[in-house]
Design a protein around this ligand. Structure first.
Ligand code: MEV
Length: 327
């Protein structure tokens, strides 16, 4: 008997910034992340024909497959993460997935360190779970999104899928997290360097450095973890200035590991010269985005825009992944 599934489901998941502890988090040190007000969305419709239709709006791609086998064998490799997600869901079903149109889109720049892949993965799993009434809770959604992340990032720490699932400000270590209750909302200015990056390249670079200089690298990564611990206290007390100092120190340590570059440094300089309390790369580095905090981020945003940089002023997303009524 074919179950009468939902006709339409829409799920959104936030992107993320890592405030403290990227890279060191891969080696088990604590980090702090924030779900942001930029979202990815997955819509799923039931359609009349047996096909599987996939619409990847941001890539301007439209695929139509006659069945699941064709979908899994012919969806181009650049979308292997989506293929993995569909497989993971199909494994939970008694019949193969069919009669559906999946649409994925995101307001998060791809390859920019803002969690576009994790946020899309979380939205996709959540939408499927609701569409087929699979009853997954957030923990399960995050876990499957992590499986999808592994396809492209190798050995991710899990901070991206966790943040894109739960939103908020998170203290994360070894796949465990707690929400940081901060005194007030945190506004963060994100500036795009204009250089898209591959997380795996940055991770490999640090792994190699760790092999070559184990003691030295250990000390630097350990310091990053200590910074994250102190930052939690500053977030709780709402001391933005101290938080800014800690960001600048974290940036210095990331630069010492070789994953900053001259554009990141230029943005940091502009931010600090124009009143920001702190500024650092966020995510894997080697490009991607810079985050800055301060009292007048709108003014800083204008200054950076005038110099040709794209900026986004974001707040904490307190919801995490959400099933929405609207399209
Ligand atoms: C990527 O957003 C953050 C890294 O620390 C990698 C990871 O945690 O998996 C660079």
């Amino acid at each position: 008997m074919v179950k009468n599934f939902n006709q339409f489901v829409s799920a959104t998941a936030p992107g993320k910034v890592i405030l403290f502890g990227e890279h060191s988090v891969v080696y088990g040190y604590p980090a702090i992340s924030m779900g942001i007000s930029l979202l990815s969305k997955c819509n799923i419709w039931r359609i009349d024909s047996n096909k599987i239709v996939i619409e990847l709006t941001d890539f301007n791609k439209h695929f139509e497959f006659k069945d699941l086998n064709q979908c899994l064998s012919e969806l181009p490799n650049e979308f292997k993460q989506i293929k993995k997600g569909i497989e993971l869901i199909n494994n939970k079903m008694t019949e193969d997935i069919k009669n559906i149109k999946i649409e994925l889109r995101s307001s998060i720049l791809i390859g920019s360190g803002l969690g576009s892949s994790a946020s899309t993965a979380v939205a996709l799993i959540a939408a499927f779970s609701k569409f087929y009434e699979l009853g997954m809770d957030n923990e399960k959604i995050s876990q499957l999104a992590y499986e999808m992340e592994k396809i492209i990032h190798g050995t991710p720490s899990g901070i991206d899928n966790t943040t894109c699932t739960y939103g908020n400000l998170l203290y994360f270590q070894n796949k465990k997290y707690h929400i940081i209750d901060n005194l007030k909302d945190l506004e963060v200015l994100i500036t795009y360097t204009g250089i898209s990056h591959k997380t795996s390249i940055a991770i490999d670079q640090i792994r190699n450095l760790r092999k070559q200089f184990p003691d030295l690298t250990h000390k630097i990564l350990n310091n990053m973890g200590e910074i994250a611990e102190s930052a939690e206290q500053e977030l709780k007390s709402g001391n933005l200035e101290n938080l800014g100092y800690l960001m600048n120190i974290n940036q210095g340590l990331l630069a010492s590991l070789g994953i900053s570059n001259h554009i990141i440094a230029e943005i940091n300089d502009i931010a600090l010269e124009n009143g920001a309390f702190g500024s650092k790369l966020t995510g894997a580095g080697l490009g991607g985005c810079v985050i800055s905090i301060g009292n007048d981020l709108e003014n800083l945003s204008h200054i950076l825009n005038e110099k040709g940089f794209k900026t986004f002023l974001v707040n904490i997303n307190p919801h995490g992944v959400k099933i929405n009524e609207w399209k």
